[in-house]
Design a binder for this molecule. Structure first.
Ligand SMILES: Cc1ncc(COP(=O)(O)O)c(C=O)c1O
Length: 457
């Protein structure tokens, strides 16, 4: 067949990329049909991991068909065009008000929709820095050496903030057997240049919370005794949609006096696809005025407080859909289901006799965090590899941050899509992977080189 014949045959019967190389380096001179382009992308993605078996991620991997319809129907709406899309802007404000209420804000407040918790944290921490500088200037004190206090259990975004925005990070190291921080860890680091303390609700590493009540009490005492008003920001990226439903009496939010701002990822336990996050202030005055920009490019004077500008509307609308669709009862039901399955998985792991669980009896996210209890011919990285090679489960193994870096743990997130049946299968698959590794004496060097070492996100 000549080239035009081949092209014609491909157009009639199928897919030219069955036999042709795909474009990878330069935009092709000629385009292709929509069907070809669609198949090209779909075939690449066929080699991707299956999100339903990705137990590394905190991020939502399934939404209801009705929510998917809202998302698909609104992809053409730029969220930032508030003048053109005022209802979308109003829906964002409803979400902010609902979350402020969920987090027990004392009165009317403000906040922002963001791309995720990372942007929310950058903005929240910038506000801490700006407010601190204003206080220092008003007191006639220097404002050249700001610092921020947090534990080694935080997500990398906190160190990023410090580096990008020139703030000294004061990081409390973890210890063997202690993977969160409390007031005694924080106290020695606080001084007049501390812009704030960040505490985590549901850490990326083990799912637990810092002693937020203890840190708040310390900061209340610091205010009374030393005259230093140090705000507390709670990174509730994962925990913000879990604690209110699983542990409603546990205080971590605006019920605590020094908690001035909270971030939460809508795309984690808010049960929305990526990317939506939220930053909520305790009071309007906690947002530094200088960070709000006014512009009128889009036809109407508008105030923005974001790092990004243009972005999609769909996930904001999907967040509102979830909030009204599930209500408190629905979120509670879903969170309890995940928690029940996480506990079942933990019990099964414990019953195998070779794993120890990490803080399973504490308040935690719906997950199982575990490590090998004794010496085996294989390690946690080998199990992660074997499990993914044999059954496609993505269960990460990673070392903890300093000074607990010689501790390796594994962590399986239990989300809505991990049914009881899946938990049974996963437990059996872990058992089988361990048996294979015992037989072959651990993972091979070539296999070890392919292991991804990260807590996921
Ligand atoms: C505690 C914590 N903070 C912040 C982040 C960053 O959140 P995002 O991915 O929404 O930007 C994560 C992500 O896993 C996290 O676990």
């Amino acid at each position: 067949m000549t080239i035009p014949d081949i092209e014609r045959a491909a157009a009639l019967f199928g897919n030219r990329f069955v036999t042709q190389e795909v474009p990878t380096d330069a935009i092709p001179d000629e385009g292709m049909t929509a069907v070809d382009a669609m198949r090209l992308v779909a075939e690449d993605l066929a080699l991707e991991g299956d999100p339903a078996r990705n137990l590394a991620t905190f991020v939502t991997t399934w939404m209801e068909p009705e929510a998917q319809r809202i998302i698909a129907n609104n992809l053409h709406r730029n969220f930032i065009d508030h003048a053109e899309y005022p209802r979308t802007a109003e829906i964002e404000q409803r979400c902010i008000r609902m979350l402020a209420d969920l987090f027990n804000a004392p009165g009317e407040t403000t906040g922002a929709r963001t791309q995720g918790s990372s942007e929310a944290i950058m903005l929240g921490a910038l506000s801490l820095k700006w407010k601190w500088r204003k206080r220092r200037e008003a007191a006639g004190e220097p404002s050249t050496h700001p610092n921020l206090v947090f534990g080694g259990d935080v997500h990398v975004v906190w160190e990023k903030f410090c580096r990008y925005f020139d703030v000294e990070p004061r990081i409390v190291p973890l210890q063997k057997g202690k993977y969160t921080i409390g007031p005694d860890d924080v106290a020695p680091h606080i001084d007049e240049n501390t812009i704030g303390v960040a505490a985590v609700l549901g850490t990326t590493f083990t799912g637990h919370k810092d002693d937020i009540v203890g840190i708040n009490d310390l900061l209340v005492r610091t205010k009374k005794e030393r005259g230093l008003d140090v705000p507390l920001h709670v990174d509730a990226a994962s925990g913000g949609f879990v604690w209110p439903f699983l542990y409603p009496d546990s205080k971590w939010d605006f019920r605590l006096e020094q908690v001035r701002s909270i971030n939460v990822s809508g795309h984690k336990f808010g049960l929305v696809y990526p990317g939506v996050g939220w930053l909520i202030f305790r009071e309007r005055s906690d947002l530094a005025d200088d960070l709000v920009f006014t512009e009128n490019y889009l036809g109407k004077t508008d105030a923005t407080f974001t790092l990004n500008f243009s972005t999609g509307s769909s996930m904001v609308l999907a967040q509102y859909y979830n909030l009204v669709r599930f209500g408190r009862a629905g979120y509670t039901y879903i969170m309890r289901g995940m928690q029940k399955n996480a506990q079942l998985l933990a019990e099964k792991l414990e019953a195998m006799g070779r794993f120890e669980l990490i803080g399973a009896d504490e308040e935690t996210l719906p997950l199982a965090a575990f490590r090998l209890a004794g010496d085996e011919v294989y390690d946690e990285f080998d199990i992660a590899w074997q499990l993914s090679a044999e059954r496609g489960w993505m269960v990460p193994a990673y070392t903890l941050p300093p000074d607990a870096e010689d501790i390796t743990i594994m962590r399986a997130l239990v989300k809505e899509t991990l049914s009881r049946e899946h938990v049974d299968t996963l437990a059996t698959d872990i058992e089988t992977a361990c048996a294979t590794l015992a037989r072959k004496g651990g993972a091979d060097e070539s296999e070890r080189r392919q292991i991804v070492i990260s807590p996921g996100h």
